[in-house]
Design a protein around this ligand. Structure first.
Ligand code: BDR
Ligand code: CA
Length: 315
């Protein structure tokens, strides 16, 4: 069977790191590239983390650098409280051997999509700046994409009442992306319902036996997440981004429903950064988005355990 070519665009990130590790453990996927965007931590750190993850997980893929700043937003705020100063908890990268790709994230995403003639699946787990820039530069990009998934949005927010972090960081980019691409939206309403318990983290930690770089990475991320998830106000027990990857791996993990969705991008509006879902069909617009509505949490947790077993067998 031909493998599914995948590009993951993200802002690693603790949960991004779990997501990338999960995708790399999937025998049906060919990871073509990781592309980095600003988000959880500044761009120079998300770039370094993407490069570090490629080597620690031994992924044979390109890494390309993307945007340093949102399209227009004048201010930034990062999520170091959740992800640590470096973005990847307590992990420190050794000296890295491989170089980044010469291309920008948007050139790489477009060229690899064209090369794969409509077979590429793109998964965006950070702010949507790189994807919006791909669409601005290459208006014919949608025709080369098989499917597009995001972690972002949902029916409530985590930065404000209405806005989820990835959308809130670059609402204009998100608005443009929702206008131009069919989006599979894995939002907070399902990621919160997929949260891990302390017992789940203990099981992951006990499965992460061995000293290869991948298993050490997963063990450190799990210990960091468990510890932080016990502190009040921290959402490290929710591995948002990995749920999006899990939903691509297995269509039974998340159930989607089609709706028309737009993003409120006007600064100053109370709900800036909201993914506004036309649940009752009042706009008269055709659905442009598959909205994740329900999650099979035990299945998701079992997939994370299976990922740990996979890397543990590597010695
Ligand atoms: C999203 O925000 C980031 O902090 C996480 O990596 C995830 O992509 C959750 O709102
Ligand atoms: Ca992320």
């Amino acid at each position: 069977m031909r493998k599914i070519p995948i590009i993951i665009d993200g802002d690693p990130g603790v949960d991004d790191s779990f997501a990338i590790a999960l995708a790399n453990s999937c025998p049906d996927f060919e990871l073509v590239a990781l592309t980095a965007v600003e988000g959880n931590v500044p761009a120079e750190k998300t770039r370094l983390n993407a490069m570090g993850l490629r080597e620690a997980l031994d992924i044979n893929c390109a890494v390309a650098y993307g945007a340093e700043l949102p399209l227009e937003k004048a201010y930034l705020s990062y999520a170091e409280k959740t992800h640590g100063e470096s973005g990847v908890g307590t992990i420190q990268w050794p000296e890295l051997k491989k170089a980044p790709d010469d291309r920008s994230a948007w050139d790489l995403i477009y060229e690899e999509a064209v090369k794969r003639k409509g077979e590429l699946v793109l998964i965006a787990i950070g702010p949507l700046t790189n994807i919006a820039l791909t669409l601005r530069k290459y208006p014919d990009f949608p025709q080369y994409l098989k499917r597009f998934y995001i972690m972002g949005g949902g029916t409530f927010g985590n930065v404000t009442k209405q806005a989820e972090f990835n959308i809130w960081v670059d609402p204009l980019a998100a608005r443009e992306v929702f206008e131009k691409l069919e989006v599979h939206m894995v939002g907070l309403n399902v990621t919160h319902a997929s949260a891990l318990t302390e017992k789940d983290f203990d099981q992951m930690i006990s499965l992460c036996k061995g000293e290869n770089s991948a298993i050490r990475l997963l063990r450190d991320l799990s210990v960091f997440s468990k510890r932080n998830s016990l502190k009040s106000g921290m959402d490290n027990h929710i591995i948002h981004d990995a749920l999006t990857v899990a939903s691509v791996m297995d269509s039974e993990v998340v159930r989607y429903e089609p709706y028309y969705v737009y993003v409120e991008d006007k600064e100053g509006m109370e709900n800036v950064g909201e993914t506004v879902i036309d649940l009752a069909g009042q706009s008269g617009n055709q659905p442009n988005c598959l909205v994740a509505m329900e999650v099979n949490q035990p299945k998701f947790v079992e997939m994370l355990m299976e990922m740990c077993r996979y890397y543990a067998t590597k010695g």
